[in-house]
Design a protein around this ligand. Structure first.
Ligand code: SAH
Length: 344
């Protein structure tokens, strides 16, 4: 599929044609990945963040937000719960919390490895190569780091550098891949000043990088952020953060990257009443139920009214629900077929 075709689909608004397009993406998913939906238990480790991303509610300067950080014992409890629920993977996500040392994480990763059979995914933001290397050696398997937008000018604007150090997430992702991680990345759809042309570039970059995992969710406005408080003027070429546009991006990502693991994101479920199902039916094959202890969950407020899929729903409940859309819970770690194939 070339750029012209991609943009034509992004601009399509005929419901019948879109339904056929989503069915096509769903078929690509089925032929390349199958009907299993792997569950990744998400642990929102800390909402401390040293960054000033203009879209994100946990940015450093949001002083209205009480901050929290889990203890190692709490992380291990989450890992035990993920194991009891038969999940194959735990995802440890966090604000960029540099007061937690690389060594602390290394010990924690080892402790999870010792106590459970889980695959470990990290999503801790931009850290140094030696830290990524240490965590790999300690037993981490995967790293999630969204590039957020392929438009470099827009990226620098919404994701200001830290301490004068230029932020190059694509370089970090290449380093992570060379270290042997499965790598995941992705974008928000409809960030102010993101155009249709940017969205096409986002998708072609995903294909070029051949990511193992691709996360795509709508941009959701958070009241305590510069993007909401001082919104920029939008051009007619602005792609809007709608559920439909997110589904189009998901379907296109599936067609362009047939073997990637693609979650149906919490952001889509927050925006659309049936967003989780919609995502799974237009290309996605992963769900990330939330394992974060309930009293912290509301504080990991990257955007408001987060519609987390509660992990305490048992696997049976999720399985029953998946049956309605002819899918089932996958067993095992659920590596990306791309990764397994390249590492035979
Ligand atoms: N600190 C980590 C984790 C960030 S939260 C990191 O920077 O990688 C995970 C993702 O949530 C981000 O990559 C971003 O794409 C998304 N996100 C943040 N704020 C958002 C918002 N307001 N609306 C939608 N998605 C958002």
């Amino acid at each position: 599929m070339n750029s012209d075709e991609i943009i034509t689909w992004l601009r399509e608004d005929n419901p019948q044609k879109l339904a056929e397009f989503y069915a096509r993406a769903d078929l690509v998913r089925r032929e390349n990945i199958g009907d299993a939906v792997h569950l990744r238990g998400l642990v929102e480790f800390s909402n401390y963040c040293q960054r000033h991303c203009t879209y994100c509610g946990i940015r450093r300067d949001n002083h209205a937000l009480p901050r929290y950080r889990l203890t190692r014992a709490e992380v291990l409890e989450c890992a035990q719960l993920a194991t009891q629920l038969n999940y194959g993977t735990i995802v440890l996500q966090s604000g960029e919390d540099f007061s937690v040392s690389a060594e602390w994480w290394a010990e924690t990763i080892k402790a999870i490895k010792d106590a459970t059979p889980l695959a470990i995914t990290l999503s801790l933001g931009e850290r140094d190569e030696n830290e990524f290397a240490l965590w790999k050696k300690s037993g981490a398997h995967r790293y999630l780091l969204r590039f957020e937008t392929s438009n470099k000018t827009l990226y620098q604007k919404i994701h200001p550098p830290r301490g004068g150090k230029i932020s190059d997430r694509l370089l970090s992702l290449k380093i992570l891949r060379d270290l042997g991680y499965e790598i995941g990345s992705g974008v928000m759809v409809g960030v102010p000043e993101q155009t249709y042309a940017d969205a096409v570039n986002d998708l072609t970059l995903m294909r070029e990088m051949d990511f193992d995992m691709i996360g795509i969710g709508p941009y959701l406005s958070h009241p305590q952020t510069p993007l909401t408080q001082q919104p920029p003027k939008l051009s007619p070429e602005q792609i809007l953060p709608t559920g439909e546009n997110t589904c189009k991006m998901l379907a296109l990502a599936r067609i362009l990257c047939p073997r990637s693991n693609i979650p149906s994101t919490t952001a889509l479920a927050t925006l659309l009443p049936n967003g989780r199902e919609r995502g799974l039916q237009c290309g996605a094959n992963i769900l990330m139920p939330n394992l974060t202890p309930a009293h912290y969950r509301k504080l990991y407020e990257i955007y408001p009214e987060k519609e987390a899929l509660d992990a305490h729903k048992t696997a049976t409940t999720i399985n029953d629900w998946l049956k309605n859309i002819s899918r089932f819970v996958g067993v095992g770690a659920g590596n990306s077929p791309r990764f397994d194939n390249n590492n035979k």
